[in-house]
Design a protein around this ligand. Structure first.
Ligand code: ADP
Ligand code: MG
Length: 395
């Protein structure tokens, strides 16, 4: 059942009434600018046509009841008990409930009213595969609480970017995941048929065109990333170490964003081997994003695809967040007719690749990619031909 129908029917069954509203918030795919958000770089994601759907209505009491329809589980809390991550009866919240409870917490911290809610949510964003299922849950609940605040006359309305920042705060400070702003930004601010360009330092953003005859194809390796927090933290640390050393020679450097490729090449022998590799990925990736912007503006999609291919090689060889299955998926894609660019997307160590493909052959590309990948790895992949979509909204 499509999650939109699932949330409505589950809501009727569970609460014995019609949902007052249904909202949705999309997942996202990052097309270029990987592992640069915490180095003040540029990212080029798109919201996709897979989303978390939420059916909701004001609750009759102070208690909020949340149903995760995909898991057949339920959590309930009152505002007083949120910061301790417990249900209204004092039992610990399930992990999935941290995301919506975290949004309620972040709203409260910002002095915004969080009306008690009856809600059912479900999603067709795959979990833990780099398409940001977690941010889509946060942004769906942010829209839901904003909608109810208007109904209850305690009205607040935040621009999408502000909702994204609250979602990021929820994930950083409440859930405890050290993510950048890209995921929530793309889910909140998505624009149909467009790529988004976000400057992670200034938070200024704009859209960039995708040619009409080009499809975004996402290929899920079906390998789920495992406990990789340690690996990410090591890479963040390496980038910070590089900034510390480079800023002794370049006084205006606050983040790797401020280091040009020329300066980096001149000073790279000052950096320990692994630090040099990690930082080189970031410096060159930020330079790739800068080169990519005019190419997209001018519709030079082949040259843009080439940059995606370079990005994959860099994530594989310098940043070292790829795995054999991701490399196989990318190599097959790059050998197929109509493929303009292919690379791993998201954090790495599993999950998905992003491909730009000529629309006229996208179906054949998807079939052939799945067949060859399964033959080589014995794993069954999922391939989605997707559409860049609008951000979180009421339906
Ligand atoms: P992702 O890259 O997909 O955002 P995360 O690890 O950040 O991966 O978030 C995945 C977590 O989000 C899941 O472990 C679960 O707690 C929650 N989640 C994602 N999708 C759903 C869903 N459909 N129903 C309930 N919880 C979900
Ligand atoms: Mg996430």
């Amino acid at each position: 059942m499509h999650p939109k129908e699932l949330v409505t029917s589950t809501f009727r069954q569970r609460f014995g009434k019609e949902p007052a509203f249904v909202a949705l918030a999309p997942g996202r795919v990052n097309i270029l600018g990987e592992h640069v958000d915490f180095n003040d770089g540029f990212v080029l994601p798109a919201a996709i046509d897979r989303a978390t759907y939420i059916a909701f209505a004001p609750a009759a009491s102070q208690r909020s009841t949340l149903v995760a329809a995909d898991f057949g589980e339920e959590a309930s809390f009152t505002l007083a008990s949120i910061p301790t991550k417990t249900n209204a009866d004092g039992a610990p919240l399930a992990e999935w409930a941290y995301y919506p409870a975290g949004v309620a917490w972040a709203l409260t911290e910002a002095d915004l009213a969080v009306p008690a809610i009856d809600a059912v949510f479900a999603s067709n964003v795959p979990q833990g595969s780099g398409l940001s299922s977690s941010a889509s849950i946060e942004m769906a609940f942010a829209v839901a609480w904003q909608t109810l605040s208007a109904v209850e006359g305690t009205g607040w309305v935040l621009p999408p970017m502000q909702r994204a920042l609250l979602g990021q705060k929820a994930e950083n400070k409440y859930v405890g995941v050290n993510c950048g702003i890209m995921d929530q930004f793309a889910s909140a601010c998505g624009v149909a048929d467009k790529l988004l360009l976000l400057d992670c330092r200034s938070l200024e953003w704009q859209t960039l065109p995708v040619p009409e005859d080009v499809a975004i194809v996402i290929a899920d390796t079906s390998v789920r990333r495992k406990l990789t927090d340690g690996e990410y933290n090591k890479r963040r640390q390496a980038c910070e170490d590089a900034v510390k050393i480079l800023s002794q020679h370049l006084p205006n450097v606050r983040a790797l964003r401020d280091v040009s490729v020329d300066d980096f090449n001149r000073l790279s022998d000052q950096l320990p081997g692994v630090v040099e590799k990690r930082a080189r990925h970031v410096v060159e990736e930020i330079e790739r994003s800068r080169r990519a912007i005019p190419l997209l503006e001018q519709g030079k999609i082949r040259e843009f695809g080439q940059i995606m291919n370079e990005c994959h090689a860099s994530l594989r060889d310098l940043y070292e967040v790829s795995i054999p299955e991701l490399n196989v998926m990318v190599e097959i894609a790059q050998s197929l007719p109509g493929c303009l660019g292919a690379r791993l997307t998201g954090a790495g160590f599993g999950g998905c690749t992003a491909n730009l493909v000529e629309k006229s052959v996208a179906e054949a590309f998807a079939t052939e990619l799945a067949t060859q990948y399964e033959r080589k790895t014995g794993l069954k992949p999922e391939i989605y031909i997707c559409k860049a979509s609008d951000g979180a909204r009421l339906m």
